[in-house]
Design a protein around this ligand. Structure first.
Ligand SMILES: C[S@@+](CC[C@H](N)C(=O)[O-])C[C@H]1O[C@@H](n2cnc3c(N)ncnc32)[C@H](O)[C@@H]1O
Ligand SMILES: [Mg+2]
Length: 512
């Protein structure tokens, strides 16, 4: 049983590493930009790994499969060192059966994933990804996934605060007017740090014989752009949203001698020049406000739906003349009574929040939301029974993964282990025969300085975990590791589940 669990633990933790190891070598090779004269990687080894060939029956065959090359290229964008580990909230538009979300879950730093798809059928298929394995180890970092059904073109408020937006092979399935709105939803409403968009390369289609009878276009796509058209579309976006830069490249090179067609897919990476994370609005606990201040200087706080919220607002601070409260939820009424509040002027204000909200939701002269009766909403676009403001998507499924943060000791040991491995690898690259590496403890302290500056504590920890320490240096001996077999370690383990993370970590580390 223990072995099975350990295998599962290992497998789960290794998945992403494997994905990374398998695909990363290919990724550099994918970089075929629109400029056909640009260099294709001349790394012969990676060329061996990524290739395509003709098959008389099947047409072009990609190795690795095209979807895997695409996912690798998108993952590569997400793990760019400029933001790796800092993209916390990521949206996958057109996520289909969650195939990419499986990988997204393990991208460093990601804590919240939103999936939006217009179809409901794929959503049902994806349910097995959630909590199906009760023996799966807890995550070390929190992760919440929400799947929505809706049109990605609609600026649903739950998209606010997203650091990255991904749309893999989705835009060609959109109506032109939706695509136009999507551009604004991404770059004018969400304003993420990065956006990664992929779409087929129409130039490549002559290589697919099976498409010939349909004019070299796929039936379910509204368009398939040439590289030039995609490039134009991207350039136009950055002209309209000048806070963004864009770089385009091909993904999935064709068989030899077809370079002139470019790659099978094309990818655009948009990067914000000056990213400020938008505050994530939790409207579930937020007062709803209506009537644009610009129209008649009137704001109405309509309801505080299920609030823990004390987000009541004051008209003076909002620069408006009247502020009416039509209806409060019970909880808010209770809060008001408790604080002996009779009118809004005397309530605690969270004015910035309200202001922020009005800005976020793009209130303008057409934006009026009013509460009429019990939970009936009315606005000039929808009339009666308008949807909750900016709540366009329907939540289909959400899941919070159980997690257990690593102990501080464990984090220190992991960081130091990585650093030691890095230094040892460097030394070995320079001199293959090196068997012993001495690393000053002060060098290692740098990688844990955000956790501790206590040198003695770190030394003790390292010694406890089998490192050889002499004075102020850690001695790493390659011979020791080479003679340690995995089996010998396994046999040393008592057969119970009470090991601390520190003990687990100790497997495979050098012993003194
Ligand atoms: C070819 S699939 C992409 C699959 C997935 N992104 C991947 O690469 O594995 C296109 C997906 O986009 C979805 N889609 C099409 N139009 C959409 C829209 N306007 N809003 C949201 N999703 C849309 C479709 O339902 C479909 O699941
Ligand atoms: Mg498609």
């Amino acid at each position: 049983m223990i072995i099975v669990i350990q295998t599962l633990v290992f497998f789960r933790e290794s998945l992403f590493a494997v994905f990374d190891r398998v695909f990363r070598p290919y990724i550099k090779h994918f970089a075929l930009t629109f400029n056909r004269n640009n260099n294709v990687s001349d790394d012969e080894e990676s060329e061996d790994h990524v290739f395509a060939e003709y098959d008389d029956e099947k047409g072009v065959i990609f190795c690795p499969p095209m979807y895997a090359q695409r996912y690798a290229a998108v993952s590569d964008c997400l793990m760019d060192e400029r933001w790796c580990g800092k993209l916390e909230k990521v949206v996958d538009l057109g996520y289909h059966d969650m195939s990419f979300i499986k990988y997204l879950r393990d991208v460093p730093g990601v804590k919240q994933i939103l999936g939006v798809d217009i179809e409901s059928f794929p959503l049902r298929c994806s349910s097995d990804l959630f909590g199906s394995d009760e023996y799966a180890p807890k995550r070390e970092t929190p992760l919440h996934i929400s799947l929505f059904q809706g049109n990605a073109a609609d600026p649903d408020y739950r998209l606010i605060g997203s650091d990255a937006v991904i749309a893999i092979e989705m835009i060609e399935h959109m109506y032109p007017h939706d695509l136009e709105r999507l551009v604004h939803t991404i770059f004018g409403f969400i304003k993420p740090w990065i956006a990664v968009i992929t779409t087929p390369n129409g130039d490549f289609n002559p290589l697919f014989k099976s498409l010939e009878k349909n004019g070299f276009r796929r039936l379910d796509h509204f368009f398939e752009w040439s590289r030039e058209q995609f490039h134009d579309w991207c350039s136009n976006i950055v002209v309209r949203y000048p806070n963004y830069t864009v770089s385009c490249r091909g993904v999935g090179p064709g068989p030899p001698d077809t370079l002139r067609y470019g790659c099978c897919s094309q990818l655009a990476l948009f990067v914000s020049k000056d990213y400020h994370k938008q505050r994530d609005l939790n409207l579930n606990s937020l007062a709803l406000v209506a009537k644009a201040p610009s129209t008649n200087n009137e704001i109405q706080a309509l309801d505080f739906p299920d609030s823990d919220c004390n987000m009541l607002c004051s008209p003076k601070k909002l620069n408006c003349t009247t502020l009416q409260v039509k209806k409060f939820s019970k909880k808010t009424q209770h809060l008001m009574a408790k604080n002996k509040m009779h009118s809004l002027e005397h309530t605690k204000e969270v004015v910035d929040e309200i202001r922020h909200l009005t800005r976020m939701l793009n209130f303008n002269n057409d934006s009026r939301v009013q509460a009429e009766g019990d939970h009936t909403w009315h606005n000039i676009n929808w009339g009666e029974n308008a949807p909750y403001w900016n709540q366009y998507y329907q939540l289909v499924k959400e899941y919070t993964y159980p997690f257990e943060p690593k102990s501080e000791e464990c984090r220190i040991l992991d960081l130091i282990s990585d650093e030691i491995n890095r230094v040892v690898d460097m030394q070995c690259d320079e001199d293959m025969d090196v068997n012993k590496v001495e690393i000053p403890i002060h060098h290692l302290m740098r990688v844990v300085q955000h956790i501790t500056d206590d040198v003695d504590r770190v030394k003790d920890l390292l010694e406890w975990n089998g490192y050889e320490i002499a004075g102020d240096v850690v001695i790493y001996s390659r011979l020791t590791i080479d003679t340690v077999s995995v089996n010998s370690h396994e046999n040393e383990w008592p057969d119970n589940e009470t090991f601390s993370d520190v003990n687990k970590w100790f497997i495979g580390q050098p012993t003194s």
